[in-house]
Write a protein that binds this ligand. Structure first.
Ligand code: AHR
Length: 642
C-alpha cells in the first residue's frame, strides 16, 4: 500500500460522519426521551393507550376519558376515576414503554394534574412496582381540591426493575380527575428537567458526530399528509404538545390497537439542543409536500389555486406554500433574533443564542417529477430569503443508483448543494461498490450518503442482525467514501436506535432496553471513521478492494499524524507493506486501533456489549512499515508524520 503523503488532496469535510435519527423502534418515546409514562395526557386517538384499570377487590366503578373543563384547550382530555367503595384496587396502571426502567436508589419525579369530584377522595397513592407487582416505591398526593392543580413527589425505588410499572389509586370513595401524569428520571443529560437519557446521548457524543439529521426518515413524510411531521406542533410547553400516531405503528402487526405514538416531548427545540450538546451540525429534514411514496403517495397541491390529478381534494389540506413557509419559519426559529416571531419562541424556551442552522433537507427519500417540481420552488424560496443556508435534496432509495442518476442531472441544474442517497443492501454489495463515487462528477451537488446499512439476511427482513460481516463490509465501503471525500460531504448509518422489545426495522446502530444499551459492531465502525477522519485527503495507490484489501488514508494536520485505514476481508492474517512516499518526517511510535473478529457472524448484545469493539496497540512505524492485519479486521493506523 503506497500512501502519497507528498500529494495531499482536498480537505476532509469537517462534518463528514454524522448521525441519522428517526423515531422508529422506540428511538424517541421509550428510548432517548426518558418519560416513563405512556400517553401521559390521554390525548392519543385511542385515549387510554398504555393505561388499564387495576383488577381485583372493589376496583373502579368507572374510568373514562372526558373533555369537560380540561386543563387547557390544547390538552383537552383527562381521565375521570370513580369508585363507590374505598379500595386499594380503585385505580389505574400505566405500562410504560414495554415496562418502565427503574433503578434502585435513583430519583424519579412523579407529577400530575388532579382535581377531586364528589365523594371523599382527597388524596391519591402512587406506587412503582416491579414486573411481579412487588412495590418498589410509594408516595401520597394529598390535599386535592375541586380545581386543577399540579402535584409532584420524588420516588426512589428500593430495587432495580427493567419492566416496572406505575399504579395510581384513589384514597377514599368518590371521583378524581387526572391529567399530564408523568414519571421522569432526575438523572438526565445535563440534568435538564425535560432532558434526555444519559447513556444513549453519551454513546452518540462519543462518536464526535459531524451532524445530526432529524426527525427522519419516513416519519417526515407520514403515511398520509395529515400524519406528516409538523415541527411547529413540537415546540413550546411540553404538556401542550399533542401526540400523533407514529408512522411505524402499523409495523406492530401483533397489537390490535395503535400502540406507538409520538409524544413530541422530544421536539425540534430538543433536537437542536441535542445537536449542540454533542457538537453536531443540526440537519432538519422537512416535508416537501408529499406523503410517503411507498404508502399513500398523497401530494399537496402546488398552490391554493392549482390542483393536478393527484392533488389532495380537500381544500383545507395544506398547499406547497404551507410547507415552504414552515421551512422559512424554522430557519427563523433556529437563527432569528429575539425580536422575530419565531426567534422569540426559541428565546422563550431558554435558548437566547441562535442554533446557527446551516443546512436543511427538503424532502426525505422522494423521487420522480412530483418531487422535482416541488423541490424547485421550495429551494428557490429558501435561497431567496436565506442564501447562506445549504440545501440537501433527495434522490429516493437507490442501491442500484438508477433513481439517483435520473434526479442528479436536474438537481445539478438546480444547483442543489447535496443529494441524499439511501442504500440498504447485502454486505457483498457494499464491498463490491467501493468505487461508487470514483467517477462521480466533481462539479455538481455533493453526496450526502444519508442512510445506509448492510442487511445480513435480506432487505426488510426482521431477521437481519448487526453482524461483524455487515459492519466490516460497511467499513470497506467507507474507505471508498473517504477516498472520495471531495464529493462525499456527509454520511450516516441508519437507523440509529432500537429497543430490543419494540423494533420494526433491522439492523440498527445502537440497541437498548429500558436500562441498558450497547453499540453494535457497525457503531464502532462509524465511530472509528469519525474519530479518525483527519483533515486532508491523501491518495492511496493500490486499487481499492483488490484481493479483499480495502484502504484509504488521510493526514491529521492538527495531530501531525498520517492515518491509514485498512480492511482485511479474509480469514487469514495479512502482512501489508505500507510506504509513505514523500513523507518529510515519520515517527516510530505508531498506534493501531483494531476492530476484528474471526467470526463474521459475531454480534454484540446487552450482555456482551463489547464482544466486537476496538482494541489499541502500539507498533513500530517508519517511512516503510510492515504491519500484519488480523483476519477479518478493520484497522486504523496512526503514524506520527507529515
Ligand atoms: O431508516 C429506516 C427508513 O428507511 C427511513 O425511514 C426511510 O427514509 C428509509 O426508507
Amino acid at each position: 500500500v503506497t500512501v502519497q503523503v507528498n500529494k495531499p488532496g482536498k480537505p476532509v469535510p469537517k462534518n463528514m460522519y454524522g448521525l441519522f435519527f428517526e423515531d422508529i423502534n422506540f428511538a424517541a418515546d421509550g428510548g432517548l426521551y426518558p418519560e416513563l409514562v405512556k400517553n401521559k395526557s390521554f390525548e392519543t386517538t385511542e385515549h387510554l393507550v398504555g393505561w388499564k384499570a387495576l383488577k381485583g377487590g372493589a376496583g373502579l366503578e368507572t374510568y373514562a376519558v372526558l373533555n369537560q373543563q380540561p386543563i387547557s384547550a390544547t390538552n383537552s382530555h383527562f381521565v375521570r376515576l370513580t369508585t363507590r367503595t374505598a379500595s386499594p384496587d380503585a385505580g389505574l396502571t400505566n405500562e410504560g414503554f414495554r415496562g418502565m426502567g427503574l433503578k434502585q436508589g435513583a430519583e424519579y419525579t412523579f407529577s400530575l394534574y388532579a382535581r377531586r369530584g364528589p365523594g371523599s377522595v382527597n388524596a391519591l397513592t402512587v406506587t412503582l412496582e416491579d414486573e411481579k407487582g412487588n412495590p418498589l416505591a410509594q408516595a401520597q398526593i394529598s390535599g386535592l381540591t375541586t380545581e386543577w392543580k399540579k402535584y409532584a413527589v420524588p420516588l426512589r425505588p428500593s430495587a432495580t426493575s427493567s419492566r416496572g410499572h406505575l399504579k395510581i389509586t384513589l384514597d377514599g370513595a368518590g371521583t378524581a380527575d387526572l391529567d399530564v401524569v408523568s414519571l421522569f428520571p432526575k438523572d438526565t443529560w445535563q440534568n435538564r428537567p425535560n432532558g434526555l437519557r444519559t447513556d444513549l446521548v453519551q454513546l452518540l457524543k462519543d462518536m464526535k458526530p459531524g451532524f445530526l439529521r432529524f426527525p427522519g426518515g419516513c416519519i417526515v413524510e407520514g403515511r398520509t399528509l395529515a400524519e406528516r411531521y409538523q415541527w411547529k406542533e413540537t415546540i413550546g410547553d411540553v404538556a401542550s404538545r399533542v401526540p400523533l400516531i407514529n408512522r411505524w405503528n402499523m409495523e406492530f402487526k401483533h397489537r390490535s390497537t395503535p400502540d406507538y405514538y409520538q409524544s413530541f416531548g422530544l421536539g425540534f427545540f430538543e433536537y437542536f439542543q441535542l445537536a449542540e450538546d454533542i457538537g453536531a451540525e443540526p440537519l432538519p429534514i422537512l416535508n416537501v409536500g408529499m406523503a410517503c411514496q411507498f404508502n399513500s403517495a398523497e401530494l399537496a397541491p402546488m398552490s391554493s389555486t392549482a390542483g393536478g390529478p393527484n392533488a389532495t381534494a380537500n381544500a383545507d389540506d395544506p398547499t406547497l406554500e404551507t410547507f415552504i413557509q414552515d421551512a422559512l419559519d424554522l430557519i427563523e426559529f433556529a437563527n432569528g433574533p429575539a425580536t422575530s416571531t419565531w426567534g422569540a419562541k426559541r428565546v422563550a424556551m431558554g435558548h437566547p443564542a441562535p442554533f446557527n442552522l446551516k443546512l436543511i433537507g427538503i424532502g426525505n427519500e422522494q423521487w420522480g417529477p412530483q418531487y422535482l417540481e416541488r423541490y424547485e420552488p421550495f429551494a428557490k424560496a429558501v435561497k431567496a430569503k436565506y442564501p447562506a443556508i445549504q440545501i440537501v435534496s433527495s434522490a429516493g432509495p437507490s442501491p442500484d443508483g438508477e433513481l439517483f442518476d435520473k434526479a442528479s442531472k436536474r438537481l445539478a441544474e438546480l444547483k442543489a448543494e447535496y443529494v441524499d442517497e439511501h442504500y440498504y443492501a447485502k454486505p457483498d454489495w457494499f464491498r463490491q461498490h467501493v468505487d461508487r463515487y470514483d467517477k462521480y462528477a466533481r462539479t455538481g451537488p455533493k453526496i450526502f450518503a444519508g442512510e445506509y446499512a448492510a442487511q445480513s439476511v435480506a432487505i426488510g427482513s426482521p431477521d437481519n442482525k448487526n453482524t461483524w460481516d455487515c459492519a466490516i463490509s460497511e467499513a470497506a465501503f467507507m474507505t471508498g467514501l473517504e477516498r472520495n471525500a471531495d464529493v462525499v460531504g456527509m454520511a450516516s448509518y441508519a437507523p440509529m436506535f432500537a429497543h430490543v422489545d419494540a423494533w420494526q426495522w433491522t439492523p440498527n446502530m445502537i440497541w437498548f432496553d429500558n436500562l441498558r444499551s450497547y453499540g453494535t459492531p457497525n457503531y464502532y465502525v462509524q465511530k472509528l471513521f469519525s474519530l479518525n477522519k483527519g483533515t486532508t485527503m491523501l491518495p492511496v495507490e493500490n486499487k481499492n478492494g483488490q484481493d479483499n484489501l480495502f484502504t484509504s488514508a488521510v493526514a491529521d494536520d492538527q495531530a501531525g499524524e498520517i492515518v491509514v485505514k485498512l480492511v482485511n476481508y479474509s480469514s487469514s492474517p495479512r502482512p501489508v507493506k505500507i510506504s509513505l512516499t514523500g513523507a518529510k518526517k515519520v515517527g516510530k511510535a505508531g498506534k493501531a486501533i483494531v476492530l476484528s473478529s474471526s467470526d463474521l457472524q459475531a454480534v454484540n448484545t446487552l450482555d456482551q456489549p463489547t464482544n466486537v469493539s476496538p482494541k489499541e496497540e502500539k507498533f513500530s512505524a517508519g517511512a516503510t512499515t510492515t504491519y500484519t492485519l488480523a483476519p477479518n479486521s478493520f484497522t486504523v493506523l496512526r503514524i506520527p508524520g507529515k
